[in-house]
Design a protein around this ligand. Structure first.
Ligand code: FES
Length: 165
């Protein structure tokens, strides 16, 4: 399993904090996804081995929680809020604009692997609708035009991606 040394060290510090190794499965998966962007079969087997579990036990956790991604996404993760304020403020049009600019659907990744798009629920900034997160950065009042400009900025490398691949 290829991870940064600091991630290995976080993992080694985390496991003894739990009375049973198996209880560390969720935080371990979060750390791996934070670094790699998704949870591969290799990661599932590695976590199982580390926590003395069967791979199926880890696989069940990964498939149960929707926040775990089972395939690689784009370099940037675009999360468009579709809860009430944002929906009323035009989030669906914003999302359509991202889809057109990237040539992919919601829950999909652009062919050039630049970005993935998903709908999410409230980003807790409802007064600034429509709100979009790109990786960990929040963007407010993102209308169709702003969405197109954000895609251009991603293409130009003007937005720093959360992961260095
Ligand atoms: S409804 Fe979109 S941020 Fe709350």
């Amino acid at each position: 399993m290829n991870l940064k040394p600091e991630t290995f060290s976080k993992i080694d510090q985390l496991i003894p904090r739990y009375p049973e190794k198996r209880s560390a499965v969720l935080p371990l998966l979060h750390l791996i996804q934070e670094e790699r962007g998704w949870i591969s079969n290799e990661a599932i087997e590695w976590v199982a081995d580390k926590l003395e579990l069967q791979p199926i036990n880890v696989y069940e956790v990964v498939t149960f929680y929707p926040m775990f991604k089972q395939k690689p996404g784009g370099r940037y993760a675009i999360k468009v809020c579709r809860t009430l304020s944002c929906a009323l403020g035009g989030a669906y049009k914003t999302c359509k604009s991202f889809q057109e600019a990237l040539g992919c659907e919601v829950d999909g990744t652009s062919e050039d692997a630049l970005a993935s798009i998903e709908f999410v629920e409230c980003h807790a900034n409802c007064g600034k609708a429509p709100v979009v997160m790109i990786d960990e950065q929040m963007y407010e009042g993102v209308d169709e035009n702003a969405a197109r400009k954000l895609v251009e900025a991603m293409r130009a490398g003007e937005i720093k991606p959360a992961r260095e691949d």
